[in-house]
Structure formats: C-alpha cells, structure tokens
Design a protein around this ligand. Structure first.
Ligand SMILES: Cc1cc2nc3c(=O)[nH]c(=O)nc-3n(C[C@H](O)[C@H](O)[C@H](O)COP(=O)(O)OP(=O)(O)OC[C@H]3O[C@@H](n4cnc5c(N)ncnc54)[C@H](O)[C@@H]3O)c2cc1C
Length: 392
C-alpha cells in the first residue's frame, strides 16, 4: 500500500465536543494504526491473513475492553472514547475493528456483565492485553437473523454440562483461546457458556473463500459432546436478551467504525479530485465531482452528530436498543454509499490496491450484514415506532 496520507475532516467542529482525554486517545490510536497497520493491511487483505502480531498493540491502545473497569484490566473509558477507538481502527480496515469489537463487546462485555468474580478475574485481564483472544458464538448454519431458533444445546450431567451443536460465521474463532457460546438448556432457555480451546470435542475450523473482511479470521465452532465445567456458565442473565444486549454494545461500536471507513474514502476522494487532471483541469473542478464530495461530507457530518449524541445517551445509560440499531443501519449504509461514490471519483485507480476504497467497500458488505442485517434493523425501527413486530 502507498503511504497512509489520511487527514481527518471536521466540518462541524465536532472536536469541540470532545474532552482532551478523548482527543488524546483518538490521536494515539490513529498514530498506532498509521505506523503498525496501514503498511501491511493491503497485504493481509490480499493474502487473507489476520495480523495476529498486532494483538498486544491493540491491547496497549485500549481497544480491548475500553469501557471495562480498570480493576479487570480494561481501560475504564467512556462510551465516546470507545467509539473513537473503533472509528480509528475501521478507518484503516473493518476487519481490524471487528476483532476489537468482538473481543470488547461480545466476549469481555458478557463476562463483565453476566459473569461472577472468578470468571471476571480469570478472563478479563488476559483478554484486555490481547494475550488471549475471544469469540462469540450465536449464529448457526440455519439460524442467522433468527438466533432464538438455535439448536446448540447443553445437558446437565451432574458435575458438568454436555454441549452439542455448531456455530458458523464466527469472527476470530480459529485462533481464539476462549469462546462465549450461546446454547439452550433442557428447558429451551438460552445461556452463555465459556468454552476454552483444548476442551475435548471442541474444534474451530477456519472458513475460507470470503471476498470481504479478508484481514479478519472467521470460522465455525463445533461441539461434539464437549464437557463444559459447571463454573463456566455465565450466571448473571439468561434468555435471548443476554446475547442481544451484547449486540447493542457491538452495534454501537460499528456505528462509529463505519464513520471511520467513510472518512477514509472521502479523504482519499477529496485528495484525488485535486491531484487528478483531466481536460487540463483537476477533476475536483467539475460540478459532478463536487456534488459527490459535498454529499459525502454532508452524510459523514450527519452520522457524526447522530453517533456523538448516541454516545452521550449511552454514558447516561439512556440509549435504547432501537436507537443503537438506527445508528448502525444508517452509518453502515452511509459508509457503503460513500465507498461506492469515492470509487467512481478515483476512476480505474479506484479498483486497485493503491487505494483503500475497494477494500472498504468489500468489507462493508459484511458489516451491513452482520450484527443484524440492514433490513432487520429497518424492522427494529419499524417495530419501535409502530409497536407492531413485522419479524415473524
Ligand atoms: C464476516 C462475518 C463475520 C461474522 N461474525 C459473527 C460472529 O462473530 N458471531 C456470530 O454469532 N455471528 C457472526 N456473523 C453472522 C451474522 O451475524 C449473520 O450472518 C447475520 O445475522 C445474518 O444471518 P444470515 O447470514 O444467516 O442471513 P439470513 O438470516 O438467512 O438472512 C438472509 C436475508 O433474509 C433477510 N431476512 C431474514 N429474516 C427476515 C425477516 N423476518 N424479514 C425480512 N427479511 C428477513 C435478511 O435481512 C437477509 O437479507 C458474521 C457474519 C459475517 C459475514
């Protein structure tokens, strides 16, 4: 990849809404990404390799469990700082942000919220530093948008639980030491179980052939009579609401992350429009190119305002699932549209790995599908405003 020339554009002076600490966290993450990730990310994407050596660095910038209390190894930060970190990671690559989102919101969050003290002390500090990587198993081959239908289950065998079933499309799974797995008990109630690498009957094969999120590793989780110790059950909450509450936290991070991808595409398109000469003029002097750029910065600014407000509501404990869902849907679609427009501004060069545009576009096709598809999020808003569920 050519040198990372990214410059942030702050059209509505959003920085004035940030604290000095929040700006420092963002700048440190941006500098780390430019130095450590940007030079290798195109190669990782092309060769479909997850850059495992970056895990300790992600831990150092606070990307693993940013809002988890310091006593458990987290960074103890507010929700806007968490969002800014996700923005900086996805500015480089959605796969990098996915790794951090899964670790923070889908593995550390349920252990912190629903785990007991022993579980928190055993797992959270190692996950916060990146010494251990975790994954979150909810989706099954036949149950994606409808996770409540899952068939993965466990039986109480007296001194342990016996876990059977399978999960697919699980980010980080082939290289994770820990999996938070959602499974039904004998009464059909969903619980979270912490499954560790090496337990007999547990495998996590890698899934191949992705044209998207290629710098993030994805796999299955297969449980064939796995004996899970009883102390590995998350005692604090059960029912579908437990995994869905984790998704709230992850979707909030995605809403910020998508802004990062959009900012990168816009910045690249703006620069290219000033440098590329056609008909003896920079292409940025043509009205149709200016229209694209004007619409891009308008949509980014609207998404920034939406997301900053959502962060404040989350810090106050007032953000609803439907509000988070709206931000995830809006911002990911916004980023995907901007990636497509930015690709056009770059002409043929836009399809090459000289620029990040095409990688962002391909990645965002996963982001618009995972953690609830775009259409499912439309239905969440629809249900919220009408009071009527159109799901089933
Ligand atoms: C790269 C990647 C990483 C992922 N990582 C994880 C992970 O770490 N952990 C995890 O548990 N899962 C993960 N997922 C899975 C992801 O969350 C699911 O793919 C997603 O929830 C959609 O499920 P599905 O693919 O089975 O699609 P389906 O549910 O089969 O949906 C197919 C289509 O039907 C539509 N549809 C479905 N139901 C309705 C309805 N009631 N009304 C209208 N339209 C409907 C959908 O919107 C979609 O357009 C990942 C997916 C990807 C691509």
């Amino acid at each position: 990849m050519s040198t990372d020339r990214f410059e942030a554009h702050d059209y509505y002076l959003m920085d004035e809404l940030l604290t000095e600490e929040q700006k420092l966290i963002r700048e440190a993450a941006r500098a780390w990404v430019k130095k450590e990730v940007s030079p290798i990310i195109e190669d990782c994407f092309e060769t479909c390799k997850f850059p495992e050596h970056l895990l300790p660095g992600l831990g150092e910038i606070g990307a693993f469990g940013p809002y988890i209390p310091v006593e458990y190894g987290g960074a103890g930060l507010d929700q806007i700082s968490y969002g800014l970190l996700m923005q900086e990671l996805e500015r480089c690559d959605s796969g990098l942000r996915s790794t951090a989102s899964v670790q923070s919101s889908l593995v550390m969050y349920p252990i912190w919220k629903y785990g007991n003290e022993e579980q928190k002390n055993k797992y959270l500090p190692k996950l916060a530093t990146g010494e251990w990587l975790g994954c979150f198993g909810l989706t099954e081959p036949d149950y994606g948008s409808n996770p409540g239908g899952m068939i993965t289950n466990f039986k109480d065998m007296g001194d342990h639980y016996l876990l059977n079933g399978s999960k697919m499309w699980i980010s980080n799974s082939p290289i994770s030491q820990v999996a938070v797995v959602w499974a039904k008990d004998e009464a059909g109630r969903i619980h979270g179980l912490i499954v560790e690498k090496g337990m007999e009957g547990f495998t996590a094969p890698e899934m191949h052939g992705k044209h998207s999120l290629r710098a993030s590793i994805t796999g299955e989780l297969i449980f064939d009579n796995v004996k899970v110790p009883k102390e590995n059950l998350l005692p604090g909450r059960n029912g579908l609401g437990a995994p869905l509450s984790c998704l709230d936290s992850a979707r909030y991070g995605i809403a910020w992350g998508a802004i990062g991808a959009a900012m990168d595409c816009y910045d690249s398109a703006l620069r290219y429009s000033k440098e590329r000469i056609q008909f003896s003029k920079p292409i940025g002097s043509f009205q149709l190119i200016q229209k694209k750029l004007a619409e891009m910065i308008t949509e980014i600014t609207k998404a920034q305002l939406l997301t900053h407000r959502l962060g404040t509501l989350r810090d106050e404990g007032r953000a609803t699932t439907a509000q988070i869902s709206m931000a995830k849907r809006n911002n990911v679609e916004m980023a995907l549209n901007i990636a497509r427009e930015a690709r056009q501004v770059h002409g043929a060069m836009g399809i090459t790995n000289e620029y990040s545009i095409m990688r962002h576009m391909a990645n965002l096709e996963s982001v618009i599908t995972y953690e609830g598809t775009h259409d499912i999020h439309l239905l969440i808003t629809g249900m919220d405003v009408t009071g009527i569920s159109a799901f089933a």
